[in-house]
Design a protein around this ligand. Structure first.
Ligand code: SAM
Length: 356
């Protein structure tokens, strides 16, 4: 059933800001999607690597724009994120609706159920047994922590994020006895992974290092993997989940060349095979490509929830410019994941094992 137009819809449309289901917004998104579809088609048979396009993944610092990224994205006001994220996990990464475009389109799962399915898939693919010591890089609002601590009563987890908004959220929950995050099995570190002093962890090492949505910001993959290796116990594993394209798209390797850099300073989209180049410390156990329509559906749900949350954001928290900025963000991201039935641009999963 079509949603009834609200007073806010009318006022915002007079400013050229349209609701997700408004015909003008759909037209805009359709055009953007066709633009990306043409770009993907140009590169889909290419064998050129990021280095061939002048973007080596083994030079420079591990990451370079963490402060700007927090400023322009992750430290946006907490009300903004609580307005659109799922209510169970507050996951700020792709939810999982299915394996194929048909299954994803047919899925009846809510966002909450699809986020839970994503964490279940990660736990299965990472081979989690339940008694591991885990280090989680880029923990967001504690989404993976909420899932793991609820499901595995013996598991311990150390989590890091440089976002003050996320840290404040997690610290508040750590004080609430009814919350799964209120446990000594969780340790929170505030800061950037690139600045983490591994020796200051009291000599602790981990069975598994996980990251969900972190490698999009990594500049030097070789150096990041070397640092991760130094955190692991003998035989330890890493599991990474991040946005990838099937082949390298040059403008997506440079955050200053597309509008996505406005939202993710320093962000880049690595091709699926890039991480597997670096086997100095690891053997590759398995890799998976996760269809991008999963992220399209997640973003579409976020977009609608964002719009529905505007009555509490409008004029108290966000002005027109901010409303338009984030409204365009959801559309832009949706248009990037929609082309080619999600088969070219999506997420990758990687399971690596530390070499003996
Ligand atoms: C896309 S969000 C994913 C959050 C969470 N993993 C989830 O799935 O809900 C990316 C996360 O990486 C974190 N991040 C960004 N730069 C980082 C850095 N330099 N070191 C550690 N974490 C970082 C962000 O603060 C955020 O928590």
């Amino acid at each position: 059933m079509a949603r009834a137009e609200t007073d806010i819809d009318v006022r915002l449309s007079q400013e050229g800001i349209f609701a997700p289901d408004d015909d003008r917004m759909m037209l805009y998104e359709g055009r953007l999607t066709r633009f990306f579809e043409r770009e993907y088609a140009r590169y889909q048979d290419s064998t050129r690597s990021p280095r061939d396009f002048g973007v080596p993944s083994d030079e420079g610092p591990i990451m370079e724009e963490t402060e700007a990224l927090m400023d322009q994205h992750y430290d946006e006001q907490a009300e903004f994120f609580s307005g659109f994220l799922d209510t169970c996990y507050r996951a700020y990464s792709m939810a999982y609706y299915g394996d194929t475009p048909e299954a994803i389109r047919a899925s009846k799962a809510t966002l909450e159920q699809a986020q839970e399915a994503k964490f279940a898939l990660i736990a299965e693919r990472a081979g989690i047994q339940g008694d591991e010591k885990i280090f989680n890089i880029g923990c967001g609002f504690g989404s993976l922590e909420t899932y793991l601590l609820k499901h595995y009563p013996e598991l311990e987890i150390v989590s890091i994020t440089p976002s003050k908004v996320q840290v404040d959220h997690i610290r508040t929950r750590m004080q609430d006895a009814s919350d799964p995050l209120c446990t000594e099995r969780l340790t929170l570190i505030e800061g950037g992974f690139e600045q983490l002093d591994v020796n200051a962890l009291g000599g602790r090492r981990y069975d598994l290092v996980i990251s969900v949505g972190f490698f999009e910001e990594v500049v030097n993959i070789r150096a990041a993997l070397e640092k991760i290796a130094s955190l692991l116990l003998p035989g330890g594993k890493i599991f990474n989940h991040f946005i990838t394209s099937q082949t390298a798209i040059p403008q997506f390797l440079d955050p200053d060349k597309t509008r996505i850099g406005l939202y993710f300073p320093g962000g880049r989209v690595w091709p699926h095979t890039e991480l597997t180049r670096y086997t100095d410390h690891f053997e590759v156990c398995n890799t998976w490509f996760v269809n991008g329509l999963n992220y399209w559906r997640t973003l579409d749900e976020w977009h609608h929830r964002y719009w529905d949350s505007l009555p509490s954001l409008y004029e108290t928290t966000f002005d027109h410019e901010q409303i338009a900025h984030w409204n365009n963000y959801f559309s832009l991201c949706k248009a990037m994941f929609a082309p080619m039935d999600g088969c070219f641009y999506g997420n990758s999963h990687y399971l690596f094992r530390l070499k003996d």
